[in-house]
Design a protein around this ligand. Structure first.
Ligand code: GLA
Length: 384
C-alpha cells in the first residue's frame, strides 16, 4: 500500500521542496456498465487502491512531472506545454493542466510527483485516479477549489479532449466523490447521487483476470458508437430520446429491426442495465442480498452476451465463483474486454473465497490471478 510519508520524502529528496500531498482512489463498479455515456445509472465505490500526487511550486517557470511507477521525469516550459497527447503517462497530468488553463487559470511552474498502486490496465480506473489527484494538486496551487462533481467533469474533459479517450463520467466522479463504506447510485444525467451503504458483513473481493483491459479505446469506442446508433434510430421515430437513458425495451421491440444486429444487442444491454442498476440500489437499501446477487449475475451475462464486452477469462472467473461459500454476486466490472471481476462475498468467508477462486482460475488458465479484498473508501482529498 502507498505510504504518504515515504512519498513525501521522495518528493522532497528529488525536488528539494516539501510537497502538498493529495490522494485520489481507483474504483470498482458494482453494477451499471456502459450506461454512463448513455446518461443512465451506475453504482460504483471508490476503493483503497489510489494515486498520490505531491506538488510544490518552482521559481524557474518549468513544469516537472515525475512518475514513481514509471521511474521517469518529464520537464516543460510552463508557457509552452504540449498541445496534444503522445500516448505517454504524462498525457493524463498534462491533460488536466490543459483543461485548467482553458478554464482561465494561469499555470505557474511546479514539480509534481505521482505514485499509485491502482493496478494498471485492470479496469480499476488508474487513469481517473491520476487525473483527479493531479487536478486537486494543481488546483491547490492556482487557488481553485472546485466542488467534487465539477472536478470530476474537468477530469473527464481532460480524458475526452486531451487524452482522446471517449469515456463517460463514472470513474472521475467516484474518484472525486466516493464515500467510506458506501457505493453511490449516480444518475449520470444530472450527477445526483443516492448513497448505497455496503453492509458491514459484505466484502468487496476484486479478482484480476490478468487480461489487460485496454482503456477507453478500440472496442470501447466501437461499442459506444453502436449504442449511439441504436439511440438515433429510436430518436428518429419518436424524438425526445437524445440518449439511451430515455429509451425503453418496448422501443427496441418496435424499431430494433431498423438497427444493425450488433447495435440492437448493445442497446438491449444498456436499456436493461439501467433498470437493473436502479433495482440493485433498491435491493441494497433493503438489505436484500439475494436479489442484489441475482441482478449482478444477470448484468454479467448481459454484458457478456448482448454487449459482447467480456472475454473467456472473465466469464470463467464469474463461473468459477458461483458455488464458492459466501458468494453474494459476481460480475465483470469496468470498461470490459479483460480486467477484473467484482465479487460481493460474506466477510467471514472472504479470505477462503479469494484463495479458492485463485486456485480454480490458475488451474483453468495457468495464470495466477491477483485477488484483492477491498473496502469502499473516501473520495479524493488532501492528506498532507
Ligand atoms: C470505463 C469508462 C467509464 C464507463 C465504463 C463502463 O471505465 O471510463 O466511463 O463507461 O468504462 O461502464
Amino acid at each position: 500500500m502507498h505510504d504518504p510519508a515515504v512519498f513525501r520524502s521522495m518528493h522532497l529528496a528529488r525536488f528539494q521542496a516539501a510537497p502538498a500531498v493529495f490522494v485520489a482512489p481507483g474504483r470498482v463498479n458494482l453494477i451499471g456498465e456502459h450506461t454512463d455515456y448513455a446518461e443512465g445509472f451506475v453504482m460504483p465505490a471508490a476503493i483503497d487502491f489510489a494515486t498520490l500526487a505531491g506538488i510544490s511550486p518552482r521559481t524557474d517557470g518549468r513544469i516537472v512531472l515525475y512518475s514513481e511507477n514509471y521511474g521517469e521525469e518529464r520537464s516543460y516550459e510552463a508557457s509552452s506545454l504540449p498541445a496534444h497527447a503522445t500516448q505517454h503517462w504524462s498525457d493524463y497530468p498534462l491533460g488536466v493542466v490543459a483543461i485548467l488553463a482553458g478554464e482561465g487559470h494561469r499555470i505557474p511552474g511546479f514539480s509534481l510527483s505521482l505514485w499509485g498502486d491502482v493496478p494498471l490496465g485492470s479496469g480499476l480506473s488508474s487513469s481517473a485516479a491520476v487525473e483527479v489527484a493531479t487536478a486537486l494538486a494543481v488546483g491547490s496551487l492556482v487557488g481553485a477549489a472546485y466542488p467534487g462533481p465539477v472536478l470530476a467533469r474537468l477530469c473527464q474533459r481532460a480524458e475526452n479532449e486531451f487524452v482522446g479517450a471517449s469515456c463517460g463520467i463514472m470513474d472521475q466522479f467516484i474518484s472525486a466523490n466516493g464515500q467510506q463504506d458506501h457505493a453511490l447510485l449516480l444518475d449520470c444525467r444530472d450527477l445526483c447521487v443516492r448513497l448505497a451503504p455496503i453492509p458491514a458483513p459484505v466484502a468487496l473481493v476484486i479478482a484480476n483476470t490478468m487480461v489487460k483491459h485496454s482503456g477507453a479505446g478500440g472496442d470501447y469506442t466501437t461499442r459506444r458508437a453502436e449504442v449511439e446508433a441504436a439511440c438515433a434510430v429510436i430518436n428518429g421515430h419518436r424524438g425526445s430520446v437524445p440518449f439511451l437513458r430515455d429509451a425503453t425495451l418496448d422501443d427496441l421491440e418496435r424499431w430494433g429491426h431498423e438497427m444493425t444486429p450488433a447495435s440492437l444487442k448493445r442497446a438491449r444491454h444498456v436499456v436493461s442495465e439501467n433498470l437493473r442498476t436502479v433495482a440493485a440500489a433498491e435491493a441494497l437499501a433493503e438489505n436484500n442480498l439475494t436479489e442484489l446477487g441475482r441482478l449482478m449475475a444477470e448484468a454479467h451475462w448481459s454484458y457478456s452476451r448482448e454487449f459482447e464486452g467480456s472475454c473467456a477469462e472473465a466469464d470463467a472467473m464469474v463461473e468459477l465463483a458461483q458455488d464458492l461459500p459466501g458468494l453474494i454476486g459476481a460480475r465483470l466490472t469496468g470498461g470490459g474486454f479483460g480486467g477484473c471481476t467484482i465479487n460481493l462475498v460474506e466477510q467471514g468467508q472472504a479470505a477462503a473465497f479469494a484463495s479458492a477462486l485463485a486456485g480454480r482460475y490458475a488451474a483453468r488458465f495457468a495464470i495466477q490471478p491477483q485477488i484483492h479484498i477491498c473496502h469502499a473508501s473516501k473520495g479524493a482529498h488532501r492528506i498532507a
